[in-house]
Design a protein around this ligand. Sequence first.
Ligand code: UFG
Length: 337
Amino acid sequence: MAILVTGGAGYIGSHMVHALADAGESVVVLDNLSTGFREAIPGGIQLFVGDTGDQNLVSAIMKACDVDAVIHFAASIVVPDSVRDPLGYYRNNTANARSLIEAAVQNGVKHFIFSSTAAVYGNPADVPVTEESPTVPMSPYGTSKLMTEIMLHDVARAHDLGHVILRYFNVAGADPQQRTGQSTPMATHLIKVAVQTALGLRPQMEVFGTDYPTPDGTCVRDYIHVTDLVRAHAAALAHLRRGGPNLTLNCGYGRGYSVLQVIEAVKRAAGHDFAVRYSSRRPGDPATIVAAAQRARQILNWRPAYDDLDVIVGHALAWEEHLAAAERHANAGARSA
Ligand code: UFG
């Protein structure tokens, strides 16, 4: 029996693959390497390069590797891109998920863990948001994920495919052992941008909006360490293997930090100041989004280990330093060749 991790060469997926390999699980990865990296996968793990929408390939993998669980990370994840290219997002995130779920049903896969997002809540009227809060996405990205959630609910009624839907809040940080991290060069996420600025890889960074109805006027988010998020997936898989019911769970810590608080944390971690420009609001940003985070703790017995903004930022900075050193090394090699 094996676990198929889609998007296993990507940021969160590669942390999952490392954790599963550490736990001695049998794992195979499907990734089209559009944003993932072969090097992010630990040695000895089989990588199939292809799309989740390639049903023949997916079925062949499921048969050949005796897959009984799927952890589905592969997706497009940039909210503003989804506004510009809705059909691309509905293809990659919704149509490809439909195809993957169908292959799972046809091949007798028992367990499906799905990476959903806090973006399904849109701009919530009340925070913290519970799993019962209304789902009114503000972007095609959020809608594309919500549509997959709905498919999983309907499929669970008709077929023997159990699921856990995990709604991620703001994922950040890197493997504490520095084996993998957020490697996308053009990433747009706040902590990545801030650590790149701290290292001088960007001349300055922008704060998008200072007039929100929040304590310091900047947006508030619930930042969760990627390692804790991955542990929630492992706990979700154990839950399904025990015969537990289908679940939808928020993955956050239940505490919010503003953009300015995050930037201050990055300055503390770096030990120096860097240039920050105050800009206008970025379209589509909700003012505050924080998880009601009890359910995962109660049902999965999930116990976060890195619920500390300074630790999250410290690991993100260490990973960025690692990437910068690798880049310098590669450039030096190219010059001396
Ligand atoms: N921000 C800046 N400057 C930057 C980058 C971001 O001020 O250079 C601000 C944003 O405007 C926002 C906050 O930092 O207020 C966080 O922005 P991110 O881009 O890091 O993350 P988002 O909250 O927009 O989105 C993330 C994920 C989504 C997920 C969402 C759920 O990318 O997939 O969290 O809250 F749906």
